[in-house]
Design a protein around this ligand. Sequence first.
Ligand SMILES: Cc1cc2nc3c(=O)[nH]c(=O)nc-3n(C[C@H](O)[C@H](O)[C@H](O)COP(=O)(O)OP(=O)(O)OC[C@H]3O[C@@H](n4cnc5c(N)ncnc54)[C@H](O)[C@@H]3O)c2cc1C
Length: 498
Amino acid sequence: MTENKEQHNTDVLVVGAGDSGMMAAAAAREAGVQVTVIEKEGTIGLLRLSNAAVNSNAQKRAGVTINKAELVEYLASFAQHNVDQKLLNLWADHSAETVNWLEDNILKPNGAYMRSEPDAMVAGDIYKAFPTENDPTIDGKSYISYGDWFVQWAKDHKIDMRYHTELIKLIKDGDTVTGAIVKNNESGEEYQISATNGVILCTGGYSANKDLLKKWNPEALKKNVYNDSPRNNGGGIIAALEVGALRDQEPAECIFDRGLVPAGTKTEDMYYQTETYDNWLWIGSYPFLKVNLRGNRFANESVPYQFITNAASKEPGYLYAMIWDADYADRLEQFHMLGCAKFGFPGYMKDKQSFIDDVDQYVKKGLVVKADTIEELAEKLHLPVENLKKTVERQNQNYIDHVDRDFGKEYFRMSPIKSKPYYGCILGGRILGTLDGLRVNEKMEVLDEDYEPINHLYTAGNDSGAFFWGSYPDRVPGLCSSHAQTFGRLAGKNAAKN
Ligand SMILES: Cc1cc2nc3c(=O)[nH]c(=O)nc-3n(C[C@H](O)[C@H](O)[C@H](O)COP(=O)(O)OP(=O)(O)OC[C@H]3O[C@@H](n4cnc5c(N)ncnc54)[C@H](O)[C@@H]3O)c2cc1C
């Protein structure tokens, strides 16, 4: 360590300025204590646009009601109860107040508001869905980002924001965490921040750290060819483990099925980290024909985003191909996709032309290929020609007969491959974040190996655990960011009470 040039004192130290960290800081500051936020990058993290809630003001205005007990049991059963159901209840009880706070304090003063999305992605009895999504908007037709407004709020409320400042380690005095050693990444200087009320870890999980993934979630390195959270390298979790914290023993993650790769890619050779959605194909989540690298269909394509990458992980090579035809843009609306994949707001592609432009940019890059015959398409995608031909014939017959004899896809989500040119691409998963983390109690205090709280150590967001297991339940849209913001707010409030 270089010499201590500075010793800084605060009441609450928040580590990481993303969804959970900014909320934690605001809540602690509103409770009247001094707050310092350290963030290792030069900006705050992107604050997410879709936030789940159970009966927020926006939902009340829209006439949306959600049965809390039903939703909580759904989430617990989605995770086979490998979660702490008390935390699910806690989230459900506090999610609305968090979304309302955001609307009242950050959006409304800037002319924006929350819009509730009443439509929920119900494609069948098995995949139940809940209209939990709240989207910040000014015009009701598009998203509005609110990160800059939040930063201004922090400034107006005298929160000490320290950028380029990274957590190195926590300081523990006896049983109590009393602060942290941090490093200014620009000057290289390390110094101590003492935090009278406690430290809140909000560093967003470990998806950027390949070594930790190898140790804690090796399958994620095979399922995913992209990581969309390159800032989050597990710093908070590691620091907590060093002071005796307990963490989840089984992995959980949020994966989107939109990662385009060149034909011939080997998943073990690729883990590309991007913050700018590089090679992200929006129609990747649409239920077009998907085949394994042997040209055979392997699962129902009409499933939550993550499930097709889970299914592909049981196939040779982990990656899969998607095949569609020239009429694809006319079918997109009929599929009735929701969440961020929806055709039109609150999806990110506002109309047919936006989807076409998205596909065309990848045709130009060679990541989506076009062909006038299935043979040619198979060759371009490195798929066995005869298998692909048979699979396409079978798919077309199923479509004519209105029944998916193989995997039970609903008719409204089926499409034939008949109009030329035919399109194809190779896809793999994009991890948005790891969701297994440090064990916490209902005050967001980090637990030690005896399941007792470590005094004055808190966590929230993807650093915290026991809320998700396995896959992300995307039929509860906005749950990830709401989990981060809601628990960040609770951590901030509780730390301020010490
Ligand atoms: C592309 C994308 C789309 C998504 N879409 C949705 C969606 O539609 N709905 C939804 O619910 N969720 C979505 N998510 C997930 C959601 O954004 C995350 O679950 C949520 O942001 C996690 O919040 P967090 O506070 O834990 O981490 P983050 O918001 O990622 O914040 C972590 C912060 O900690 C900083 N940091 C890391 N290490 C250190 C350190 N050692 N010292 C100091 N600072 C550090 C990082 O730079 C970062 O700013 C999406 C995620 C991605 C990547």
